[in-house]
Design a protein around this ligand. Structure first.
Ligand code: 2M8
Length: 426
């Protein structure tokens, strides 16, 4: 296990800035050098959230650059490609073929999938902490219609279950790629072998990468068509983190609406619909579970995503108490030296070293800390802050961390780990 000498706050802060500056490509910050050389959607929102109090102008530029990739359908793509490294990452622009789609932006190549809709939350933070109010108001007025279009897309094209929730149509859309939540829905796909295995990335060697690519190609070949998603696409899941984030972003949009001269009412109504959908469709056994719309069943495995609806400021107190009980138990925080593990420890699928199947992540911890603050759980927020800072102090700004010994996993110099650390130190 690699561990570093103790590092004080000032040195940690300097390191975070040097990572963020090294990963900057024009107005965008890429997630990690080499590994992810493009702009990823929720990564950039975490960068903006981390920078909101420190450099509002850069945070705003990050979001503008990302939203330049938005499609005219309102869909915000999960990757906006940087032309210089176009095919370094697989699947690159030649796989997604966004340029051939009439709804895609003309000036940038993008993927055809989306990611958790953190964007309004990020814009709200930038607005709240802005020192130049005029500049920030102009930014909000510019971004507000784009955010409205994004939410409209989710509420229409993605409400595949008809219950007020947005469905993801690919594991990559969750941001929690290899989470065990997808195991059953992926196993249910027809026997697939991707024709050119040598093209597959070896990041998750024994995972379902061929199925991931197959699913993406099917959707692409439908022309990224909404009615195909509804009627034929074999993967559709209502996931609690994605929807909890969407709900929180609706609340943020309601705060932003007056700045843009708009009515907050519709955003609060949208939040209410998602809240009802979450409670009616995903709540079971004291926690939220993902629903597989193709099998009609709730997916039993409990992951860090199951706590996403705690981001709802109006989630009833009894539900919050039950969720916190599970989170603090030996299933998650109680048995991990470096919480929060991305999958519950007692699950047979738990794997301490494989990305979203066990390791702890700075962005997930940060989201849960936000939720704890929202619900007045001061001690929980303190523990999450301390655990997160302990991981980065010990192992650097890694992509994720072993939940038992805190050693780093995945990429190094990872942008959201650095940016959110800046927020935790503020
Ligand atoms: C991981 O996802 C990408 C695909 O989008 C990959 O595995 O290649 C995830 O951790 C995701 O949450 C993140 O946005 C992305 C870039 O950091 O990497």
């Amino acid at each position: 296990m690699e561990a570093r000498a103790a590092i004080d706050d000032a040195a940690l802060e300097r390191e975070a800035w040097s990572v963020l500056n090294a990963n900057r490509m024009g107005p965008a910050t890429v997630p990690a050098p080499g590994l992810y050389p493009h702009q990823w959607s929720w990564d950039s929102t975490f960068v903006a959230l981390g920078l909101a109090r420190r450099d509002g102008r850069r945070a705003g530029g990050e979001l503008l650059s990302l939203l330049a990739g938005q499609w005219s359908t309102g869909m915000v793509p999960h990757i906006v490609f940087h032309p210089i490294h176009a095919e370094v990452y697989f699947p690159g622009p030649s796989v997604w073929r966004s340029a051939e789609h009439p709804a895609s932006p003309r000036r940038v190549a993008t993927s055809g999938l989306t990611q958790p809709p953190m964007h309004a939350l990020a814009v709200w933070q930038v607005w709240r902490h802005a020192t130049d109010r005029d500049e920030a108001a102009a930014l909000v007025r510019r971004l507000y219609p784009m955010l409205v279009a994004q939410h409209e897309y989710l509420a229409t094209t993605r409400d595949l279950g008809g219950g007020g929730l947005a469905a993801i149509v690919h594991p990559w859309e969750s941001g929690m790629d290899d989470s065990p939540v997808w195991d059953d829905p992926l196993e249910a796909l027809p026997g697939i072998r991707y024709a050119r295995r040598e093209e597959l990335p070896d990041r998750h060697p024994d995972s379902h990468q061929d199925r991931y690519v197959w699913l993406a190609l099917r959707y692409r070949d439908s022309g990224y068509d909404g009615s195909y998603l509804r009627q034929e696409h074999p993967f559709a899941v209502e996931e609690p983190m994605f929807n909890g984030i969407w709900l929180a972003s609706c609340e943020a949009l309601a705060e932003l609406a007056p700045v843009a001269g708009a009515d907050p009412g519709p955003h609060l109504e949208a939040a209410e619909r998602i809240r009802a959908g979450l409670l009616e469709r995903l709540w079971t056994g004291g926690v939220f579970h993902a629903r597989d719309l193709r099998s009609g069943r709730l997916i039993p495995v409990c992951t860090v995503g199951c706590f996403g609806p705690m981001l709802d400021p109006r989630l009833p107190g009894d539900r919050v108490a039950e969720l916190v009980g599970v989170l603090e138990s030996a299933r998650f925080m109680g048995a991990a030296g470096y919480p929060v593990p991305s999958c519950e420890i007692r699950a047979p699928q738990f794997d301490r070293s494989r990305y979203w199947r066990g390791p702890s992540w700075v962005n997930a911890n940060w989201l849960l800390r936000q939720a704890a603050i929202l619900h007045g759980r001061v001690e929980l927020a303190r523990q999450l802050t301390a655990a997160t800072l302990r991981m980065v102090r010990q192992s650097g700004f890694r992509e994720c961390f072993d939940p038992f010994d805190g050693s780093g996993r995945g990429g190094r110099d990872f942008s959201w780990s650095a940016a959110l650390t800046l927020d935790l130190l503020a």
